[in-house]
Each structure stands twice: as structure tokens, then as C-alpha cells.
Design a protein around this ligand. Structure first.
Ligand code: FE2
Ligand code: FE2
Length: 193
């Protein structure tokens, strides 16, 4: 699914289930970061009109996801906690060497975003299928559908702005690297943990 080379062990959901407050807190911040990434693409690459239009729409969608998760936290009588460290994203973003041309920088940023969306989507699917809490399972099913479009959109832009062959090679290498990272994860009650 989604081109990912290593599926998440479904037992990750058993860990999540023991601490719903923690997964919702981490999830809310993932949506905030998705919003921030879309804004930063607008700020850094204003000349790419099609991208600016798509990112403007994405900002609205991701911040509405943030609100949906925030509302879930409030419904359950909790208050949003501080941002959590995302070990997965921090490790992933060390893959491409720093520097390079402006186009390289754009392509790399788009590929990171595509992969984070793909893995998040996979995790949402697992939650939608495995959570005992049926209300929350349904919540994740709906989110999974919208996140699946984001992964394909970022990949499409990367192929459009970069050299198709080079981008496809980079994407495959990034997927392989990500699978290595995932071997150590799946043990924490966070979206990418
Ligand atoms: Fe989202
Ligand atoms: Fe997204």
C-alpha cells in the first residue's frame, strides 16, 4: 500500500489503545506541522503558481484536521498538551544531503512531505481497522481518505518540477531508507512512533 516498503505491525494499535490521550495529542501536532509545511512551501517557492494554489487549499484542510483532533481531545475532557518530538520525521529528514540547487531543495521537500503523508495514511488505516473504540475508528477512516490524496499530490509536484527519472530514483531510495527507520519504530503511542 502507498509504495511503503515495510508495513506497520498491527500490534502498534494495542500500544496506542492504552493511551488515547497521547495519540490524539501527538496527532493534533502532526496536523499543525502539515499546515506549517504547506505554508513554508508557499513562502519559499512563490513562483510555482500551481503549487501555491494547491498549498493554499492544503493549509485550510490541514488546519481543519487540527481542529477536528482538538475537538476530539476536548470532547473527552482533556486539554491539548505540548508538542511531542517526532523521532521518525527527524531521522527521515537527514536522508538528502544539505545544499544543492533550488529545484533540488524543492523536490526533496516535496518527497519528504509525500512520504510523511503516505506513512501517516497507513497508520490511520490501521487505526480505522483495528481500534476497539468504534467512534474513533470511524474518525480515522475519514481522515485516511483525505490524507491519501495528499501523498499523491506531493509526489506529482515533485515529478513535475524535477527530472522525472531522477525523482523516481530518489523516491525509491527514500522509501528504502524509511523502511530501515521503521524497523526501530512501531512501539510508541504516537502517529509515527
Ligand atoms: Fe491532515
Ligand atoms: Fe495531509
Amino acid at each position: 500500500m502507498l509504495g511503503l516498503k515495510l508495513p506497520t505491525d498491527p500490534r502498534w494499535v494495542n500500544i496506542v489503545e492504552k493511551n488515547i490521550e497521547e495519540i490524539l495529542t501527538d496527532h493534533a501536532w502532526c496536523e499543525q506541522k502539515a499546515t506549517s509545511t504547506a505554508i513554508s512551501l508557499i513562502v519559499q517557492f512563490p513562483e510555482h503558481t500551481e503549487l501555491v494554489q494547491a498549498m493554499t487549499a492544503l493549509v485550510k484542510e490541514e488546519i481543519s484536521h487540527f481542529k477536528m483532533v482538538h475537538d476530539k481531545i476536548l470532547e473527552r475532557g482533556w486539554v491539548l498538551g505540548r508538542d511531542r518530538k517526532d523521532e521518525y520525521v527527524n531521522r527521515l529528514m537527514q536522508f538528502f544531503p544539505k545544499g544543492g540547487s533550488r529545484t533540488t531543495h524543492l523536490v526533496n521537500k516535496l518527497l519528504y512531505a509525500a512520504l510523511i503523508e503516505a506513512r501517516s495514511c497507513e497508520r490511520f488505516r490501521l487505526l480505522s481497522e483495528e481500534l476497539q473504540d468504534k467512534e474513533l475508528a470511524e474518525f480515522y477512516r475519514k481522515l485516511m481518505v483525505s490524507e491519501a490524496n495528499h501523498y499523491t499530490m506531493f509526489l506529482k509536484f515533485a515529478r513535475e518540477y524535477g527530472n522525472r527519472e531522477e525523482v523516481d530514483k530518489k523516491w525509491q531510495d527514500l522509501l528504502t531508507f524509511e523502511a530501515e527507520i521503521m524497523k526501530d519504530l512501531g512501539k510508541k503511542e504516537t502517529i509515527h512512533g
